[in-house]
Ligand binder design. Structure first.
Ligand SMILES: Cc1cc2nc3c(=O)[nH]c(=O)nc-3n(C[C@H](O)[C@H](O)[C@H](O)COP(=O)(O)OP(=O)(O)OC[C@H]3O[C@@H](n4cnc5c(N)ncnc54)[C@H](O)[C@@H]3O)c2cc1C
Length: 591
């Protein structure tokens, strides 16, 4: 059923001579996932004490061959269950991190009793907290912001402080969405103001040239860039063609930048396939999953699992009609656009990562992603990465299903793990249909799902092929993952793990992770100011208020600015003193 004939895509060129990934790895993937890792060296007092307790979490001891549906179910139950149920919590995640794994202990032990559900940072012992906190050194703001000029620091602090004043942001957002933007002079004035405030802060440049300069600066400061051409949804083939060309140019632009300074090029399927078609494909895929024997999708390429039993299916209540000849043709065109982008990425040796959107079209996006992964991912390093949104109740189960299927096929898979950005619209749709929301019932469940998925993938990539992008501004998730990655020996050089945050956000965490020895990328949206407006509106909402995620950045930036000012004044005083002394000396000499 899953095997679609490539006859339907006569023009698809599969480049078997790709130079990505490097030839050292073999596509037959002699990956031995079921190797038992030796215990990690104790890193902290907590890890030393914990080695006396053998509590092997099934998930952590999971091997590729051992990924049974029972485990998938138990993982999902833990991820999905209510706080009082057996959800895999952070404390349990921690105990798994410090587990001594021996060959006999890999038998699946019953999970320990569930601890009370709290914020991830609560209920953890002092040693554990110290171990986590030791990952980042936020006390040393000099070391943290060493690569940031004072001018940039002042501008960033000013922008973030402004973004924290809710009435100012509300007014700005209102103006940006209002009819005033249709009045010539007013529009110019607003765009001019935005350009010198939030645009400058959150956007890497208006075009590839400006963005290239930003990449070089980041590279010099020990960071990499993920190039994201700011495109929104498309409705027709003509704009899809234009967008595909922009993505190809973006991939090409990496050739003129320092090698490895660009970690990924971001691709949005919604920019290369008309939205209406993505909806139709998603409907048909949903229907096929639920009615496998009575549904035939002749256009379907070989792909990886897109759904799990717990996925939302309420978008497709009736049997959808098959794709028309015209729709099939449009689908072929969209596939070809993605193939052209992938071929260019092989040529330029830069992987692509595909963004996730809302559940009404995500099956279609995953279909494109995974069919391209089947064609292009070889050896150890994936060329095409997909995105998993941990706020979805089915995220953990789907991740396992997809990984398991990819392992069976011998393909390396790569995932960008995010929490998810469409919470409001997802809940609203589910509400309007009177069905259960696909989003976790509480933010704690989302945190736990994120951390569990990250933990699972870290184990998987440390044992074999594949890649993981941890895209988050959440400090607790960053600390947990960094601690675990350090235990597993996954550092910057392994190229299996990349932490990622949006340009202009989570700067303290970014520099903290860099200083701790991890690969860190900034997600770099670029494009002209009016085109990037929807993105800026989302950032304005996200950074609004004193309790927003940029709070830590603001505090640490202000602390560093004060330190620099004191050092400057202090140095000035010393210089004046020295000058005075030398003048006094010369007077003495003269005398
Ligand atoms: C590099 C990068 C790439 C990204 N790419 C994508 C993408 O492709 N697709 C996409 O959808 N998003 C994407 N995002 C945005 C991301 O999904 C989040 O919106 C954003 O990063 C905030 O999440 P956080 O991990 O930083 O955590 P936090 O700021 O700690 O958590 C906020 C998130 O928690 C979740 N949440 C909040 N309240 C609740 C609740 N009551 N119940 C359940 N969950 C709740 C929501 O997802 C919310 O965004 C990306 C983010 C980054 C940094």
């Amino acid at each position: 059923m899953l095997l679609a004939s490539r006859k339907n895509f006569p023009f698809i060129l599969i480049n078997n001579n790709n130079n990505f990934p490097p030839s050292s790895s073999s596509s037959s993937s002699s990956v031995t996932f079921n190797k038992i890792r030796p215990p990690p060296p104790p890193l902290s007092p907590s890890s030393t004490t914990a080695t006396t307790t053998v509590s092997v979490l099934p998930l952590m001891a999971m091997t590729t061959n051992g990924l049974s549906s029972k485990l998938i179910r138990s993982f999902t139950r833990r991820v999905n269950s209510s706080p009082s149920a057996t959800t895999l919590t952070t404390p349990r995640f921690r105990s798994a991190q410090r587990t001594t794994i021996n060959t006999t202990a890999t038998a699946i032990l019953p999970p320990p009793p569930p601890p009370p559900r709290t914020q991830p940072s609560d209920n953890i012992d002092q040693h554990e907290q110290q171990a986590r906190d030791s990952i980042f050194d936020f006390e040393d703001t000099k070391g943290l912001f060493s690569s940031v000029t004072t001018g940039k620091l002042i501008r960033s602090a000013a922008n973030l402080n402004l973004a924290a004043v809710e009435p100012v942001v509300d007014l700005g957002v209102w103006v940006m969405r209002s009819r005033l933007m249709q009045v010539g002079l007013m529009r110019e004035m607003v765009l001019g103001t935005i350009k010198h405030t939030s645009y400058e802060h959150f956007v890497a440049g208006a075009d590839l040239e400006e963005t290239g300069r930003t990449v070089k600066k980041l590279w010099e400061s020990g960071l990499r860039g993920m190039l994201d051409y700011g495109l929104e949804h498309t409705v027709d083939n003509e704009s899809c063609d234009k967008n595909a060309l922009q993505f190809i140019k973006t991939v090409e632009s990496t050739q003129s930048l320092p090698p490895s300074s660009v970690s990924f090029v971001v691709v949005k399927i919604t920019a290369i396939c008309p939205i209406s078609l993505l909806k139709r494909v998603s409907d048909l895929l949903r229907w096929e999953y639920k009615n496998p024997t009575s549904t035939h999708l002749p256009w379907k390429l070989k792909t990886l699992p897109i759904f799990s039993e717990s996925s939302p299916f309420y978008h497709t209540l009736q049997k959808p009609s098959p794709l028309t000849a015209e729709e099939e043709h449009d689908l072929e065109l969209a596939n070809q656009r993605l193939i052209n982008i992938c071929n260019k990425s092989i040529e330029c040796n830069v992987p692509v990562v595909i963004d996730a959107e809302d559940t009404s079209i995500q099956p279609g996006i995953d279909y494109f992603t995974y069919s391209a992964a089947v064609m292009y991912n070889k050896g150890q390093k994936p060329l095409v990465y997909g995105t998993i949104q941990a706020y979805l109740k089915d995220a953990g189960e789907r991740l396992l299903e997809t990984k398991k299927a990819a392992d069976k096929m011998g393909l390396p898979v790569g995932f960008k793990l995010v929490r998810g950005a469409y919470m409001w619209s997802e809940s609203q749709l589910a509400n309007s249909l009177g069905v259960e929301s696909p989003i976790h019932n509480s933010i704690n469940d989302t945190h736990n799902c994120y951390n569990d998925c990250a933990s699972f993938m870290l184990d998987e990539v440390s044992n074999g092929a594949g890649g993981l992008i941890l895209a988050t501004h959440n400090l607790e998730s960053g600390k947990l993952a960094a601690l675990k990655a350090r235990d597993l020996g996954i550092g910057k050089d392994s190229e299996k793990l990349e932490f990622a945050s949006l340009y202009g956000m989570a700067e303290a965490m970014t520099f903290g992770l860099r200083n701790a020895g991890f690969g860190v990328s900034k997600y770099l949206p670029f494009g002209p100011v009016d085109q990037i407006m929807p993105y800026l509106l989302r950032r304005a909402e996200e950074n609004k208020g004193l309790l927003s995620s940029s709070n830590l950045d603001r505090q640490l930036m202000m602390k560093e600015l004060k330190r620099r000012m004191k050092a400057y004044v202090g140095q000035g005083l010393v210089e004046t003193e020295n000058q005075f002394k030398s003048q006094a000396g010369s007077v003495v000499k003269l005398n």
